[in-house]
Write a new protein. Structure first.
Length: 243
């Protein structure tokens, strides 16, 4: 596809009190081989310099006072102007071809609704980084596939067409901070839309959310809560039948 016909990409980053990590993420986005149309940083009630960092890098800064990633991410998707909406977390570290990969994959397959990638934990012990990343993300994708009836999305490295977002934006959970927004979004997109896992599309991410028994338990509790909320709407056996 010629550059003039390539889809434009908006990159959405929710942030709350994570200025240092955001600064690194935005510096990496500034070095992309294909520049995004815009970077939208959603300031989710930060008390640090997150918003100032975003302004300094030329990002579009949007405020979302309702604390929680579901609300912040959805607000970012709502205001994004690109034909494709990509998503990173503040602690994501995209490589220089990250946006280019989005453009290439979406250009090559016009029937693809969403793309999701993988990552490695850059601050895990050096000898364990690969093993921990494979174990965590491998389990996430396998178990979520069984629960959804199709490929899940991972919020630290994902993208979707703006039309797909518009189709489900009124259905996603926004006001429950205990819901995993990426898993909820994948549920709402449903088994009839195409989501592709590209294992070569990778970012670095922090392992801080997995450190300590309390953090791991919290993530697991949120996962089960997200499943319960969505299974009330569409249980897994119905989703698999609809494939």
């Amino acid at each position: 596809m010629t550059p003039d016909l390539a889809p434009t990409v908006s990159v959405v980053i929710p942030v709350r009190d994570d200025a240092r990590a955001l600064d690194v993420c935005l510096s990496l986005l500034a070095r992309q081989t294909v520049a995004p149309l815009e970077v939208v940083v959603v300031d989710n009630g930060s008390t640090d310099s997150s918003a100032a960092v975003a302004h300094r890098w030329g990002a579009v800064v949007v405020g979302e006072p309702h604390v929680g990633i579901p609300a912040a991410a959805a607000t970012g998707y709502d205001v994004a102007k690109g034909a494709v909406i990509a998503r990173l977390d503040a602690d994501s570290r995209p490589g220089p071809r990250w946006v280019q990969t989005v453009v290439e994959r979406m250009s090559a397959d016009e029937g693809l609704d969403a793309l999701t990638g993988t990552g490695s934990f850059y601050d895990a012990p050096r000898g364990l980084r690969t093993a921990v990343s494979v174990a965590y993300l491998g389990s996430y994708y396998v178990l979520c596939h069984l629960a959804l009836g199709h490929t899940a999305l991972w919020g630290s490295c994902m993208a979707m067409r703006s039309g797909a977002w518009r189709a489900v934006r009124r259905d996603v959970v926004r006001d429950d901070s205990e819901v995993h927004d990426d898993l909820d979004l994948a549920f709402r997109l449903g088994p009839r839309r195409r989501i592709r896992l590209d294992r070569s599309w990778r970012v670095g991410v922090s392992a801080r959310s997995l450190r300590g028994r309390r953090q791991r338990r919290r993530r697991l509790d949120r996962a089960w809560h997200t499943l319960r909320v969505n299974w009330q709407v569409s249980p897994p056996w119905e989703r698999w039948r609809r494939r």
